[in-house]
Design a protein. Structure first.
Lengths: 149, 245
């Protein structure tokens, strides 16, 4: 091999090794790299017990209830398999809506309710004007009706 | 006719070519930027979910893509310099680094300004944000390492290794939203198509091209300075009009 080929082989081989090492480390730390746990993971006891963690999922339709003080909110987070009741006292982000994604940080207390200290809204990757969204929602509703028949 | 591909790999010939190209790329960057801003603010419709705040993506998304692409290009140039010992490749890598760092910074900065009104937080330690921050540190590390070694050829080699090892981070940034749970949303622009209104796409494309032209123009301007500095002892630099006057 010429010197150039040796250097090329050294770089390509080194890069493959570093890539594999980083890949293995990230795979081993999978749960630590993920920002939140889903309700299903919490029920399978994969989430840390007795200390603060983040839970993520969709706010279940019709589950949002506000208390008289106007600040305390009760809602249910779902990943379409498991559900988790959440209580939060504070100001919610503007994008907080039923059926939309959120990530909440807090603790799972003994009463089985997740006491959140912070609630963040997660939006999706679709961008469209309101008219297009209305049309899409309508189309989805008629489709749901038809499939229900 | 045989094309001499290596003609412009000599710093002396590339210096002149770069000088001719810079004004064109600078002009194109300006024109595309103005057009992109116009389409972005006046033609693209309000978003159904995020209102007007989504418009920050017209700078956020191109800056993020450029920060990743420029890193790969920088690492490729650095590797070429390391393997073939070509002077110009290493100079190009050095010239690209500050622009890449700038785009990584813009990406993080505009992301924070987008995150506060939409998510409710300036910053979260999710995989996408953290890996992009690491990218910024890699750029800064590359620049600092190169600047800390006096002999430019040795500096090239040391910094090239850092750049090549760091390139592992780029696919991690790109796939982070797929591999892990993140607060950052998934990719809008995928190989299979986009999930976005047409006018928004056009604005994004214009801004993307504007950022490319800007990046090329400033990288070429920077590489010209680096060539002059490193080749100052050679005869051809001494014969340049701008050096003699």
């Amino acid at each position: 091999m010429t010197k150039r080929q040796k250097r090329l082989a050294f770089i390509v081989g080194g890069l493959a090794l570093v890539g594999a090492a980083v890949g293995l480390v990230l795979f081993a730390l999978k749960d630590n790299v993920s920002l939140y746990f889903t309700p299903t993971q919490v029920f399978n006891k994969e989430a840390p017990q007795g200390r603060s963690f983040r839970i993520g999922g969709l706010v279940e339709e019709g589950s949002v209830k506000r208390e008289g003080d106007g600040l305390t909110v009760h809602f249910v987070v779902t990943d379409r398999v498991g559900t988790m009741p959440v209580v939060y006292k504070g100001i919610l982000p503007d994008l907080f809506k039923e059926g939309k994604g959120i990530v909440a940080q807090g603790k799972l207390e003994a009463d089985g309710v997740f006491h959140a200290e912070e609630v963040l809204a997660k939006h999706d990757e679709n961008y469209m004007p309101p008219e297009a969204k209305d049309a899409l929602d309508k189309a989805q509703k008629t489709q749901e009706k038809e499939s229900a028949k | 006719m045989a094309i001499n591909w290596f003609k412009y790999s000599a710093p002396s010939t590339f210096y002149g070519l770069a000088g001719k190209l810079i004004p064109w790329f600078a002009l194109a960057a300006l024109a595309l930027f103005v057009a992109g801003m116009y389409v972005g603010f006046y033609v693209a419709p309000t978003d159904a979910v995020q209102g007007e705040a989504y418009r920050i993506m017209f700078i956020h998304v191109p800056a993020s893509i450029l920060s990743m692409f420029l890193y790969l290009i920088m690492a490729a140039y650095a590797a070429l310099g390391l393997i073939f010992n070509t002077r110009l490749s290493s100079m190009m890598a050095t010239a690209i680094a500050p622009t890449g760092a700038l785009f990584a910074f813009i990406s993080l900065w505009t992301g924070a300004f987008w995150g506060k009104p939409m998510w409710g937080a300036w910053w979260v330690w999710d995989a996408r944000l953290t890996s992009e921050l690491i990218l910024l540190f890699l750029y800064l590390g590359f620049i600092a390492l190169h600047a800390s070694i006096d002999d430019p050829r040795r500096a090239d080699r040391a910094a090239a290794l850092l750049a090549i090892v760091g390139s592992v981070n780029v696919p991690i940034i790109y796939f982070s939203v797929k591999w892990w749970n993140t607060l950052h949303q998934g990719s809008t622009i995928k190989f299979s198509g986009t999930s976005m209104h047409v006018a928004m796409q056009q604005a994004l494309l214009l801004m993307f091209l504007a950022c490319w032209c800007y990046a090329i123009a400033v990288a070429l301007a920077r590489v010209r300075s680096i060539i002059l500095e490193r080749e100052r002892a050679t005869q051809w630099v001494g014969e340049l009009k701008e050096v003699q006057s």
